[in-house]
Design a protein around this ligand. Structure first.
Ligand code: FEO
Length: 404
């Protein structure tokens, strides 16, 4: 038996790791898995905060029973109904019919839709409190971070926040549960990938949720996925603030779609020119090889984006089309865009990328470079000019943002 993992006085981590699921939400690759975080509150009353995916319910139940040690379970607080956090509810309430599910009006409606749940419920509204004994929880409704019913549970006095999906990341918790037990670099990347792909569309609502947390002295942030932050909770809140304001670092992400290597040659030439111009970070990705969830995350990180596509059925190569559609859905704003591609015998890749740039309202740099097929010297000059303009504009932006 492992020692209890204490998050705060009388609060324990009882989450589980999932290394078997290949695609989170049946969409997003999770090569390093994901954790479904669940917490047990041991007070005069007992509470479970979040459950886990239904496939892992047995593991959660085992940990819960260990913590309860024969006591009744008084409350199940559900900050989010998405099945990765509510899937085990049925098994928990079958074992603990005495438990009351705590959620807001939308939580309870969704529980009916997803599970026909009609057991004991306590409906809470924004700002309502629930006393457990030594701790009192306040509920903040944070709609669309990530679903309409999403809320956060806060112990104001103890500075303890159960934040739901907010501040969560992909990646299992490999022994280390807390931020002071690990190198946060991997989780920062995976938190940004989670944010960009799953929460980012609702950045405006994230900003509203962050406003609610201003002025509260948070000691511990407990998300539904990934590390628990107790060493530096401000760090994750800062990350979310930056990402939800579409802030970015100085660098350029070059993504291309290429069938026979000519558009890839353009991407490589651009990358070299960008480095020669002093751009501090340049990353090149083949959209056919790298899943768009990683591409979106990189584009969320850096200010400059260069997108290139060969022509395919008078449009973009399908992986580039999928990426641009995802970007449109994510509503990411304020990026610098350079466009390149290959006409071959029909054209269409560059033209549709230009339309994408207009639709996004991004700052389109210079003139798109469209090659006929094999890269010729005059097109190389145009690519170099595009790289020079991108580097100049990046420097300007850095200066404007006070980073120069
Ligand atoms: Fe982790 Fe929106 O579920």
């Amino acid at each position: 038996m492992i020692n209890p993992i204490q998050v705060a006085d009388g609060v324990y981590y009882i989450g589980v790791n999932d290394r078997r699921t290949a695609l989170f939400e049946n969409l997003w690759p999770i090569p390093r898995g994901v954790s479904y975080n669940s917490y047990f509150v041991d007070d005069e009353k007992t509470a479970l905060v979040e459950t886990v995916d239904s496939r892992m319910s047995g593991f959660l139940l085992e940990k819960l029973e260990e913590r309860l040690a024969g006591r009744p379970l008084d409350y199940i607080i559900l900050n989010h109904v998405e099945p990765d956090h509510s899937g085990a509810l049925h098994e928990i309430v079958m074992t603990h019919p005495e438990a009351t599910v705590v959620g807001n009006r939308k939580t309870l409606k969704l529980l009916g839709q997803f599970y026909d749940y009609d057991g004991k419920c306590l409906e809470v509204a924004d700002g309502d409190t629930l006393g457990l004994g030594r701790r009192t929880f306040t509920f903040f409704l944070t709609p669309m971070v990530h679903w309409p019913e999403t809320m956060m549970t806060l112990d104001l006095e103890g500075g303890l926040l159960f934040s739901g999906d907010a501040f969560g990341s992909f990646g299992t918790l490999d022994g280390a549960i807390f931020d002071d037990e690990m190198d946060p670099g991997f989780y920062e990347d995976e938190m940004r990938r989670y944010y960009a792909n799953i929460v980012g569309t609702y950045s405006r609502q994230v900003q509203k949720a962050l406003d609610r947390l201003k002025g509260i002295c948070l000691k511990t942030v407990c998300p539904t996925h990934g590390p628990v932050y107790r060493k530096n909770p401000e760090w994750v809140i800062d990350r979310y603030d930056l990402w939800s304001r579409n802030q970015a670092e100085a660098g350029v992400v070059v993504v291309f779609g290429s069938m026979y290597g000519h558009t890839e040659a353009m991407a490589d030439a651009l990358a070299r020119y960008l480095v020669e111009q002093g751009v501090p970070v340049v990353k090149v990705f083949d959209a056919s090889k790298t899943h768009l969830s990683f591409l979106l995350s990189e584009i969320w990180k850096y200010r400059g984006v260069m997108l290139g596509s060969c022509a395919y059925n008078t449009g973009m190569l399908p992986p580039m089309k999928a990426l641009t559609e995802k970007l449109q859905g994510a509503k990411l704003t304020d990026r610098l865009l350079g466009i390149f591609g290959n006409f071959s015998w029909s054209g269409g890749g560059v033209k549709t990328l230009e339309q994408f740039g207009t639709d996004m309202g991004w700052d389109v740099i210079g003139t798109a470079v469209e090659s006929q097929c094999k890269l010729c010297s005059c097109e190389q000059i145009k690519l170099e000019d595009l790289a020079v303009r991108m580097a100049e504009r990046l420097r300007q932006r850095e200066a404007e943002d006070g980073n120069g």
